[in-house]
Design a protein around this ligand. Structure first.
Ligand SMILES: *[C@@H]1O[C@H](CO)[C@@H](O)[C@H](O)[C@H]1NC(C)=O
Ligand SMILES: *[C@@H]1O[C@H](CO)[C@@H](O)[C@H](O)[C@H]1NC(C)=O
Ligand SMILES: *[C@@H]1O[C@H](CO)[C@@H](O)[C@H](O)[C@H]1NC(C)=O
Ligand SMILES: *[C@@H]1O[C@H](CO)[C@@H](O)[C@H](O)[C@H]1NC(C)=O
Ligand SMILES: *[C@@H]1O[C@H](CO)[C@@H](O)[C@H](O)[C@H]1NC(C)=O
Length: 210
């Protein structure tokens, strides 16, 4: 094979590999998770279950929620690390200690306020869903985003936002003061009125890439 031809075959191969792997990740970043505070939850509890290298005390949460008083809002932004897992997707694994009567479903829907789902948590744990042992550490996987440079380079810190029944594209655009078109471009094909599931909302500030 002549070297020029060999090089172009290599480049073609490399380019097709690169394009087919485009949706995967190369590195991580800082991110936020929107935690909907349910009746008996509080920031102490949230800072305990969502502890990480970027969250060790309540103050770490409060510093991201200066714009409003936490008691008057049912959602708080919680700092989370956003890691590239096996080059395949962006998420953080929280180490959660199981309590009596916990199931993967209650851990997803209550303890983690729909930031994950039972199926997604189960995927990264060896325990069967019918026999979840008590007082054991399990992995709770919360997805996240580091943005998309094809949409805009102006936003750095992305919020993992579980949709609730009261949400619409317009209401979220209004609350975040962001154009609805921008929110939709970061979440292609997602119906913001679907009442459940995750969307990624660009936040102010620049994230540290790692
Ligand atoms: C915070 O929530 C935890 C768990 O629900 C509870 O045990 C604790 O008493 C609460 N603390 C306050 C100050 O309400
Ligand atoms: C999570 O979603 C489920 C199903 O939509 C809902 O019943 C539950 O109240 C939600 N959890 C919280 C903490 O709001
Ligand atoms: C997290 O992301 C993965 C990969 O994109 C996806 O398959 C999974 O359904 C997501 N989990 C949740 C709870 O949204
Ligand atoms: C949690 O994830 C780690 C790393 O992937 C794995 O070694 C560990 O076995 C998982 N925990 C459970 C309970 O499956
Ligand atoms: C938009 O938000 C303002 C307060 O920030 C509120 O008064 C107004 O009713 C909201 N409009 C819609 C359509 O949600």
């Amino acid at each position: 094979m002549n070297p020029k031809f060999r090089l172009s075959v290599f480049l073609l191969f490399w380019a097709s590999e690169w394009f087919s792997a485009k949706s995967t990740c190369f590195s991580g970043c800082d991110a936020l998770a929107s935690y909907y505070l349910w009746r008996r939850s509080n920031l102490t509890y949230v800072s305990r279950i969502m502890q990480s290298q970027v969250l060790s005390s309540i103050e770490d949460i409060i510093s991201y929620n200066k714009d409003y008083s936490v008691s008057h809002s049912s959602r708080v932004n919680v700092p989370i690390p956003c890691n590239c897992i096996n080059g395949e997707f962006l998420a953080n694994f929280f180490q959660y200690t199981t309590q009596p009567y916990d199931t993967y479903l209650t851990i997803a829907e209550i303890e983690f306020s729909n930031l994950s789902t039972d199926d997604w948590i189960m995927r990264f744990n060896s325990y069967s869903s019918s026999q979840l042992p008590q007082f054991r550490k399990i992995n709770v996987t919360v997805n996240c985003s580091c943005g998309n440079s094809e949409v805009s380079k102006d936003y750095g810190l992305f919020i993992t936002y579980p949709l609730r029944t009261e949400d619409t594209l317009e209401s979220i655009a209004n609350q975040t003061k962001l154009p609805p078109e921008l929110l939709q471009r970061y979440n292609p094909g997602v119906d913001f009125g679907q009442g459940s599931g995750l969307v990624y909302i660009p936040g102010k500030g620049k994230a540290t890439l790692f």
